[in-house]
Design a protein around this ligand. Structure first.
Ligand SMILES: C[S@@+](CC[C@H](N)C(=O)[O-])C[C@H]1O[C@@H](n2cnc3c(N)ncnc32)[C@H](O)[C@@H]1O
Length: 223
């Protein structure tokens, strides 16, 4: 998947492909192991809501979908590479037909509140880290309230270049520009939730020495 990502002929999402192969798509496919941390690990592929209760961790990192766009549909090629099957397909982007049935509660605003609350409530972890964008279903205040049910929460904001479609503007299938570029940056929030007093105290001590990364240009401490 990492190698394929370097030679694809899309602008990011797998909703359409560039008519003339992108220059990078002519590069060789180089398969390399991703950098791994030392020691043993375990990977589980499954519904986070199904697994939340059974996992115990130092850090639970949650990076759920932010909005109605389904990852299974937008990145269907990765689904197929992982499953390595020959699915039935539809449409100009040749998406897997099964992505139409695979629905995540995180892609619906009403269901996502319930799903996120459940995850935050059930996870057994010293720290819970939630990643969310300011262009998703919830405001920073709504997310903070959801997190604080579980414990004191630190919010970090990292400004980020928006997705490539936002940089180049919107075009119709004839190649005509139909929309304007609005803004080029968005905020990526990290909510660090401390379910118990000792993790909160450790986090505060760590912050006294300054955030580890300079990229966090705005922090807010909620007690
Ligand atoms: C914002 S993406 C993050 C992906 C990954 N962290 C990354 O940076 O490449 C959200 C991911 O959550 C997955 N997802 C959606 N609903 C889920 C659920 N109920 N349980 C587990 N994963 C889910 C999507 O398929 C997608 O891969």
């Amino acid at each position: 998947m990492l190698a394929a990502d370097k030679v694809d002929s899309t602008t990011g999402l797998q909703m359409a492909y560039l008519k003339m192969g992108a220059p990078r798509s002519y590069q060789p496919l180089i398969l390399q192991y991703p950098p791994l941390l030392p020691g043993d690990g375990k990977a589980i592929l499954g519904d986070a809501l199904r697994w939340a209760k059974t996992i115990e961790a130092d850090i639970a990192y949650l990076d759920p979908p932010y909005n109605q766009h389904s990852y299974a549909g937008n990145y269907h090629i990765w689904e197929t590479l992982v499953l390595f099957d020959q699915p039935s397909i539809y449409g100009v982007a040749c998406k897997r037909t099964d992505v139409r049935e695979k629905k995540s509660p995180f892609n619906s605003k009403e269901k996502a509140v319930q799903a996120l609350s459940q995850l935050l409530r059930e996870l057994k972890a010293t720290y819970i880290v939630l990643s969310f964008s300011n262009e998703g279903f919830f405001s920073i205040e709504e997310l903070r309230s959801l997190c604080e049910v579980r414990g004191p929460t630190l919010v970090l904001n990292h400004y980020h270049k928006r997705y490539i479609g936002a940089q180049i503007g919107i075009y119709n299938p004839k190649g005509e520009k139909v929309g304007k570029v609005s803004h080029l940056q968005n905020s990526e929030y990290l909510f660090i939730v401390c379910p118990d007093r000792s993790s909160w105290n450790s986090l505060k001590r760590a912050l006294e020495n300054g955030p580890a990364e300079k990229v966090y240009i705005q922090t807010e401490l909620f007690t």
